[in-house]
Design a protein around this ligand. Structure first.
Ligand code: 13P
Length: 335
């Protein structure tokens, strides 16, 4: 088995999933300020380190995506990547430098960060990272996503992935079709299929080893402002149909983003996907908000309460891991 496949398996097998703790300083500041906590390097580290030292790291979390600031931080002189890997969890790093306005389609975004990436990857490998993340972002409207945005983001994702594999790390490919808007689930299905197919065309062109990537897609959902009501079973069916049609079978690890879904909703939808899955894909989670929201709320009331915050996080991670095995039920949510 290739080294890359071994890393993929370590991250996503046996119901394990990914903690996406790679919010940029700007995003993390918004999250902390929304619960009344000042955003400074110490507070950002304290909250994150509380999660990284919880017992769920050993049992549920196969990989943690870090931000540049965090991968260079230490707690009691122990480096953060070491704290993470001592539990058998794989440290990862977000390597894109954000989504910027796309020339000639200025309401859309193109993700930047390719210049100097080969050198930055060497640095991150030395710091302990063994996988990476790059997020392309697409919005849905009558005109969007445009062919220009679909092609240019797929091209960037493929160039990124080829460089990451060259450096001995596993690339997470995250083409996120946003939930914003009033579109139906069927439109989300159609647009996500287009986006994914173009990504794989480019990945193949760039000779990326598909067994050595993790795909991080959105689930197929109606827009947040749509009045369409869908059941978890419908979400699961549409999501599976889309991925079966668009993702080559060499890909083994698929870890969903939560994209603004409530914690329980993101868990229930993942569970349903696994209950009816008949493919060979492994479906798990790579959640940011849907793993951290309740823990952050609890922590913000008393930032000294490490144990209490860890209990909230452990519960959420356990629910997600049960969902990754199709073993979650609603009554388990009541602690
Ligand atoms: P959410 O689960 O909050 O969507 O975050 C996942 C992520 O990593 C976005 O890039």
């Amino acid at each position: 088995m290739s080294e890359l496949k071994i890393i993929v398996n370590k991250i996503v097998s046996s119901g394990k999933g990914i903690l996406a703790a790679d919010e940029s300083t700007g995003t993390m500041t918004k999250r902390l300020e929304s619960v009344g906590v000042e955003s400074n390097p110490d507070n950002r580290l304290n909250f994150r380190n509380t999660l990284f030292t919880s017992s769920a790291m050993k049992t549920c979390i196969g990989g943690v995506i870090l931000y540049d600031e965090t991968i260079r931080q230490a707690n009691n002189s122990k480096k953060i990547p070491e704290i993470i890997s001592q539990n058998g969890t794989v440290p990862g790093i977000k390597v894109d430098t954000g989504a910027k306005t796309l020339a000639n389609s200025i309401e859309e975004k193109i993700t930047e960060g390719l210049d100097g990436l080969r050198e930055r990857l060497k640095d991150y490998y030395t710091l302990g990272a063994r996988f990476t993340k790059w997020r392309g972002v697409y919005s849905i409207s009558d005109k969007y996503p445009s062919k220009l945005s679909i092609l240019s983001n797929a091209h960037a994702l493929a160039r990124y992935a080829a460089l990451v594999q060259e450096s001995g790390m596993v690339p997470i490919i995250e083409p996120e079709v946003l939930m914003d808007g009033s579109h139906s689930a069927e439109v989300c299905y159609k647009k996500t299929s287009e986006v994914l197919k173009k990504c794989f065309d480019e990945l193949v062109l760039f000779k990326v080893d598909l067994a050595g990537i993790i795909l991080k897609p959105n689930m197929i959902l109606p827009g947040a402002n749509s009045h369409q009501k869908v059941t978890s079973k419908e979400v699961a069916e549409l999501t599976l149909k889309c991925l079966k049609e668009s993702v080559p079978s060499e890909v083994s690890g698929i870890a969903f983003l939560s994209g603004g879904q409530e914690e329980t909703q993101a868990t229930e939808n993942l569970n349903q996907i696994n209950k009816i899955n008949k493919t060979n894909f492994i479906f798990t989670y790579s959640y940011g908000r849907a793993l951290q929201q309740s823990a952050l709320k609890h922590w913000s009331k008393n930032i000294e309460d490490i144990i209490g915050t860890q209990e909230v996080f452990n519960h959420r991670a356990k629910m997600c891991t049960l969902a990754a095995k199709g073993e979650w039920t609603k009554n388990l949510e009541k602690k």
